[in-house]
Structure formats: C-alpha cells, structure tokens
Design a protein around this ligand. Structure first.
Ligand code: SIN
Ligand code: FE2
Length: 214
C-alpha cells in the first residue's frame, strides 16, 4: 500500500484564512466529466468578452450555465436568466458540476450549498483578472466555489479592503478554492497567465465559479 503522503495528486486541504481554503486536487478525478460539460455548454453559449460598466473589454472570456448567469455591460453587473447574446436561457448546469461543487463546499465547512449559477472563465497567456469582490449574489452567507482546470495560475487572495496586500496562491489543474463566512467579501484576482501548454487544454486555463446567486 502506498501511503497518501507519497501520492503527488492526493487531495489535501490548505487553509488560507478563516472561511477560505484551497482543496488541492479536489476536482482532478472529475476532469473528463468537467471538460466534456464545458464543451457542451460552450457549444450553446460560446465564450465572449464582456464590457465593463466603465467601457473596458475584459481580457477573460466568459460564459455561464445554470439558472442564472453573471453578465456585465455598460449598464452594470448583474445576474440574468437569459444569455444576452443568444436571447435564450443559459444552458442547464450539468449534474456533475453541482454535485462536485456541493461536495467541495462541504469539505470547506459549508453544508447545503446548492449553486444556481456557474460562471466559466477562460484565460489565455497574458490574461488577468484584476482584484475585485464577488458581491452581486443575494445571499452572502453562501460561499463561492472556484475550480481550476488547465494551465496553472497565481490567484491573489486579499482582505476586506482593496488596500490589503493580497497573498499569492499558486493554483494548478484540479485545485478548488472555497471562500465564505468571514472571507466571503474578500478581494481576489488572477495575475497574468504565463505562457505554457497544458496536456488537456493547450494554451488556456478554465475556471468554474459556482455561486448561489438568486
Ligand atoms: C473569479 O474571481 O471570478 C475567478 C477567479 C479565478 O479565475 O480563479
Ligand atoms: Fe471573483
């Protein structure tokens, strides 16, 4: 028998701060189902670059699945049941997505998480996501569950104010970050993605962010 200690891909839990945790390799064994689901969603609701209320085009490409999708345009940020690009409801949240997100939330101490929104972000080398708070959701007692696939990235996790220097958290394919409770409104972002090629995803990183938005 090989002890877990010597298994490079064995899941492990890494506390970041009260309410925030990295679940290393939590999603790895589900990669095939997750990637197939991303493919199915993007065939119906392709990745697009949204415009911020300030008029800037985001470098991260986004789409959604689930009852609600996060969108941004010149009028602001919001959750919408309709994909503004296709005029139809967002694709349903694939069953393996919701189940895995609920298990990740529970592993981080948040029982009963039932996400109704999954934002799918696509990063290419050079793409970054500047520091922000996730605050468009109705019930801030519900956590955020964020799964990383593909190229590695450096996640920034800061404090309750923009001024606090964020810590740098390297994230690899299969890692899941959960934050809620006292960390729910903490600022976070992603540093510019480095060049590279991932065996399954090539030159991109996909992030799935699950929320209970409505
Ligand atoms: C997000 O904050 O919405 C995404 C974070 C990430 O890509 O890891
Ligand atoms: Fe976020």
């Amino acid at each position: 028998m090989t002890p877990d200690l010597f298994e490079p891909d064995a899941p492990s839990t890494e506390p970041l701060e009260p309410g925030a945790v990295v679940l290393r390799q939590f999603a790895s064994s589900h990669q095939a189902a997750l990637l197939a689901a991303v493919q199915a969603v993007t065939e119906q609701a392709p990745f697009r670059h949204l415009v911020t209320p300030g008029g800037f085009t985001m470098s991260v490409a986004m789409t959604n699945c689930g009852a609600l999708g996060w969108v941004s345009d010149r009028s602001g940020y919001r959750y919408d049941a309709i994909d503004p690009e296709g005029g139809r409801p967002w694709p349903a949240m694939p069953e393996p997505f919701a189940a895995l997100a609920a298990r990740a939330a529970a592993a981080a101490g948040f029982d009963g998480f039932a996400p109704d929104a999954c934002l799918i972000n696509r990063y290419r080398p050079g793409t970054r996501l500047s520091l922000h708070q996730d605050r468009d959701e109705r019930d801030l007692r519900q956590p955020i569950v964020s799964m990383s696939l593909g190229l590695p990235a450096v996640f920034q996790f800061g404090g309750a104010t923009r001024g606090e220097r964020p810590r740098r958290v390297p994230l690899a394919h299969g890692d899941v970050v959960v934050w809620g409770g006292p960390a729910r409104l903490h600022f976070h972002g992603v540093l510019p993605l480095k060049d590279g090629s991932h065996p399954l995803l090539g030159d991109c990183r996909i992030n799935l962010t699950f929320r209970k938005a409505g």
